[in-house]
Design a protein around this ligand. Sequence first.
Ligand code: ATP
Ligand code: MG
Length: 233
Amino acid sequence: MKPLLQVSNLNAWYGESHVLHGVDMTVGEGETITILGRNGVGKTTTLRTIMGIIRERKGEIRFDGKDMLSVPLHRTAHVGLGFVPEERGIFSTLTVEENLMLPPVVADGGMSIREIYDLFPNLEERRSSPGTKLSGGEQQMLAIARILRTGVRLLVLDEPTEGLAPVIVQRIGEVLKKLKERGMTVLLVEQNFRFASRIADRFYLMDHGRMVADFPVAELPARMDKLHKVLGV
Ligand SMILES: Nc1ncnc2c1ncn2[C@@H]1O[C@H](COP(=O)(O)OP(=O)(O)OP(=O)(O)O)[C@@H](O)[C@H]1O
Ligand SMILES: [Mg+2]
């Protein structure tokens, strides 16, 4: 499989605090990859460093061969990376449709509003509702939907199912499967094993600021006991 994202020996800092200690990770074109790990091991920091939000970094990040360390933050989407942060970032004073239209289209191949509403019928029903009136699940769907319009090739999600009801988690899983069928590459952090095992092709296990294991979804059942111990879940 052709690698789309290649991360090698990535280090990152918050001021004096050295948080990533040599992250190595490869995401193939069309793959769905899930990062697992205990609280505070550096999962969010890994995503934020790849996205260029954290600039105190060393090592290598290549996207489709391009050196991302030289790309300014405001160009990250143009290169093809879209990020849905844990806090989702929906503008509460804007309607669903205004939120949807906000990020600029950066490349061909993004979804039309029609395709997005077909994928998320509840967003169409609520197209004129303000962001404040949305449930957590609707906000998460809107945060994902908004990025699909832009034409990015890698969707990066930080704990998309956190705090959501099981029925909504299932809906988000179905959406991610459909995106996979369309060829989208997805990198996500996720604590919900059941959800992750339904959508991921491969897992990385993170500890103390680096990746300590990497295995395909087929090996998940055999590793479950050990993972429960490592993750404390
Ligand atoms: N803005 C910040 N400034 C300083 N230190 C930070 C900052 N954000 C996170 N950290 C620290 O960096 C380490 C990694 O945090 P990070 O948020 O990446 O962990 P995580 O694996 O995403 O955890 P969680 O499962 O709780 O989301 C932690 O020790 C955390 O306290
Ligand atoms: Mg986190």
